[in-house]
Design a protein around this ligand. Structure first.
Ligand SMILES: [Zn+2]
Length: 105
């Protein structure tokens, strides 16, 4: 499903990737309860590290693992595509940082 997902695979280094993009129920690692919250999405693209802030996710109460909804995954996917094409027109919060809520995709 594109380069971004390959990066994600490397990032998490696990096989249950499909479970992450589906609507999460409980943590697949520790079976902990998932609570809705906000997290930061950090992805490495080549030498650069991009941080997307204010990402809605389900976060495990026990181990802190974040699970993204399909909508958020899709949004991040679009941002990553723009990032790869160097057409991302945003005012970064800080170097290499941007807020998901501020990006029109
Ligand atoms: Zn957990």
């Amino acid at each position: 499903m594109g380069v971004y997902h390959n990066h994600l695979k490397e990032l998490f280094a696990k096989d249950e990737f499909k479970e992450i993009v589906m609507k999460p129920d409980k943590c697949s690692f520790c079976k902990g309860k998932l609570i809705k919250g906000k997290t930061e999405f950090v992805v490495k693209v080549g030498k650069e590290v991009l941080t997307i802030k204010d990402v809605s996710a389900y976060i495990c109460e026990e181990c802190g693992e974040a699970y993204y909804t399909p909508e958020v995954s899709e949004k991040i996917d679009k941002i990553m595509k723009k990032f790869h094409e160097s057409t991302l027109l945003v005012h970064p919060v800080a170097a290499g940082e941007l807020s998901l809520s501020e990006v029109a995709v």
